[in-house]
Structures are given as C-alpha cells and as structure tokens.
Design a binder for this molecule. Structure first.
Ligand code: GDP
Ligand code: MN
Length: 381
C-alpha cells in the first residue's frame, strides 16, 4: 500500500524529521484558506500515488491565496499519468539551495534494511542509478542496532554535505529509519531533502510503501488507504485476491505463481516483447478468479495479446480453462490469446480451449514467441 506525500511527511514529522508547514486540501476553497494561514509564497502539490508529478505539471508555486485558489482548481481537474487529482497539499514554499536524496528500503540479498543517499536529489533515484551510479551511497543497517551515527556521518560525508549540517542530517536519518521500521514499510523516501536558503534541512517530498502483509498490526496506517487514488485495476484485483501490477508493455500475462509470472515476463523480454502486467492468480485458483483476472487484463487498452502460462499443480488446468471460457463469454474481444497449460488435467483443459479458437503452445519459449508475434501483428493492424 502506498501512502500519499502528505501522509508520509506527517509520519516523518512524528519521528522528528523537519517538514514544511502545510495541510491537505480537498477543494480550491480549502487550498485558498490554507494559503491565507501560511501567508506568502506557497506550493500546491497534487496528491497522486505516482512519482514525477513535478515534470507532469502537478506541482505549482503561487504567490497569493487568490492564485492558490485558481491553481488548485486547475490541478483538481487534471489527471497525472492517468490518475485523477482529488487531494492537494498546500505547503509553505521553500527556497531551495541543494536537493539531496535519502531513502530506506530492504536489501533482500543482504537481508537487512539499507539506507541510500545521493547528492543528486529531486530526480528519480532509478535515473541516477542508471546515469551516475557513483553518486549513490549505501549503508546496511543491523536491525538489532538500528542506524549508528557513524553510518549517518559516512553518508553525509560521501555526498559531500557540509560539516555544519551533519548533526541535523543524522537526526533525519534516524527519524527516517524509525519511520520505516515502526510502520513495517518496504520503502521510506525523502526526495528531495533540501538545504534551504537559510541553511536548514527540510523534507520537501515524502513517499512510503507499506507492507500489506503487516497492515493488520497498524490499523491507523491501514485507515490511511486512499482507495480512490489507486489504480482501478489493482483495486479490482485485490478484491479477488489476485496480485496484479500494471506495466508498460502490450502482452497481458495470466500466470499462476509469482515465480512463474516473473519467469514468464523474462521470457517475453527475451523475445523482444514487453509484458503489460504482472499477474499471479495464485495456487488453486478456480474458474471465477480466472474470469476476474482475464477481464482485468482485457480492460487495459494497451493489451494486444494475452499469454496464459498455467502450471497445474494444485490448480487444475480444466478449471482454468473453464474460467477462461466463462470470461470470454462475458467480454467480447478480438485480442489474440496464447495458452500454455501443463500439469494436472492438461488434456481436458486444452480440449476445452481448442474449441474456443485459442493458440496453444507446449513450451514457455514457444508460447512467448507466439505471443510476441501476435501482439506485433495485432498492433499494426
Ligand atoms: P515529484 O515530482 O512527484 O517527485 O514531486 P516533488 O515534491 O519532489 O517536487 C518536484 C520538484 O518541485 C522538487 O524537486 C523541487 O525542485 C520542486 N519543489 C517542490 N516543492 C518546492 C518548494 O517548496 N519550493 C521550490 N522552489 N520548489 C519546490
Ligand atoms: Mn520527489
């Protein structure tokens, strides 16, 4: 579960991280009155659960409450990367001297949290990793010890932060780490952490991703979920207990098992295709779940072909086939479909699907190649 910027920053502030004064607004009138309270220059920030809002025009600086109202109206009618803007954050504007990146996540290989810092803040860290990997520094944190101040100092000196800011930087690193741990987060990120014109450190942007599996022990955090702001398909998928993540490609994937889903995506890539989603229907999925999954995939207009890769262990291939057939009955589509079914009851499954005019494949490589070819053909017609 992702938190909005204003929610993340509030959690940071609860742990001693300095943030700008400001509040969330649901309409232009509220934005105006918050701007009046803050007086002076304010920044109006679209609260949507994607990054890169600045570049998309979702972050605006204004000079008066009247202008705040006007800009708020504009922002509230916008969509950013397909998501409607329903909430705004109105913050006191900061004068930025330097933008830093600071984040905590789990390092699965090292089996512990890692804190990441970079002098190149304000841009996406993935971009920095690609273009200037030497500008990224990491320290690995022993969860029994927490982040030690020498580690924070190491980060501060590595990003060439002036010595006078080290004490404050240490406090922020501690606060960010504790926010991460106390909320069972998988990501807690400040980007940018800025040095202001008058020499203060301030968390200007905040992002948090919480571990859904731990939400049961954080009722107050679970209540922060903004269902309306989530990708509609992901919301729908959650209702049926499917793990679904939308991606940029054009081949819809329906797979049982997370590992198999990853492998399927890899093989699609290997043959120069691009997956439109990650979808794990889980073990033992019945016809109803399969039907829900297929309709979610087909609602995505960028899907030009669908690849089913089902390994029948607990899941029975004939059950899956029945699900596919019942889903097809409901949604009228001409998107080509390729099926690879192996395992329990595969014969019955294949027979059922052959009647539905679907392309079948025996190996994953074969299936992926056929999917890539059919997607290409479909998008050029
Ligand atoms: P993101 O684009 O979704 O990551 O949103 P951010 O909150 O990080 O804002 C993007 C950029 O807008 C920042 O890197 C800053 O350069 C700029 N920005 C945000 N808030 C302020 C502010 O208070 N003052 C100034 N001058 N710039 C700001
Ligand atoms: Mn940012």
């Amino acid at each position: 579960m992702k938190l909005h910027e204003y929610q993340s920053k509030q959690l940071f502030a609860d742990h001693g991280v300095p943030i700008p004064r400001g509040r969330m607004a649901l309409n232009a009138q509220e934005a105006k009155s918050i701007a009046e309270e803050l007086s002076g220059r304010v920044v109006i920030k679209s609260q949507v659960l994607v990054g890169g809002r600045g570049k998309a025009g979702g972050i605006r600086l204004v000079n008066s409450p009247e202008e705040a109202e006007e800009v708020a109206t504009q922002l509230l009618s916008m969509r950013i990367k397909g998501l409607p803007v329903r909430r705004l954050l109105v913050d006191e504007a900061a004068e930025i001297q330097t933008e830093i990146y600071l984040g905590v996540t789990n390092d699965r290989t090292m089996r512990c949290p890692v804190m990441i810092a970079s002098s190149e803040g304000g841009v996406e860290i993935e971009e920095v990793a690609r273009t200037q990997p030497e500008k990224i520094v990491r320290v690995w944190i022993d969860p029994l010890l927490g982040i030690r101040s020498y580690q924070a100092r190491f980060l501060a000196s590595s990003i060439e932060l002036q010595r006078k800011h080290w004490r404050e930087f240490n406090k922020i690193a501690q606060g960010l780490y504790h926010t991460f741990m106390n909320s069972d987060a998988t990501l807690a990120e400040i980007n940018p952490l800025v040095i202001t014109g008058d020499g203060r450190l301030l968390a200007l942007d905040g992002k948090m991703v919480l571990d859904d599996n731990a939400l049961f022990r954080h009722i107050e955090l679970a209540e922060m979920r903004d269902i309306d702001a989530e990708e509609p398909a992901e919301r729908e998928a959650r209702k049926y207990g499917l793990s679904y993540v939308k991606l940029d490609g054009d081949i819809g994937c329906m797979v049982n098992g997370a590992g198999l889903a990853m492998a399927t995506m890899d093989v699609i890539k290997l043959y120069d295709g691009a997956p439109a989603n990650f979808l794990d229907i889980g073990g033992g999925a019945g016809a109803e779940k399969v039907a829900a999954a297929l309709s979610i995939i087909l609602k995505d207009p960028s899907v030009k072909a669908v690849l089913f890769n089902i390994f029948g262990g607990i899941t029975r291939c004939d059950e899956v086939a029945r699900g596919v057939l019942s889903a097809l009955k409901e949604c009228d589509t001409d998107v080509p479909m390729i099926v690879r079914l192996v395992g329990t009851n595969e014969e019955e499954g294949r027979q059922l699907l052959a009647e539905a005019d679907m392309v079948t494949a025996t190996s994953l490589a074969d299936a992926a190649q056929k999917a890539v070819a059919l997607a290409k053909e479909n998008s050029s017609r």
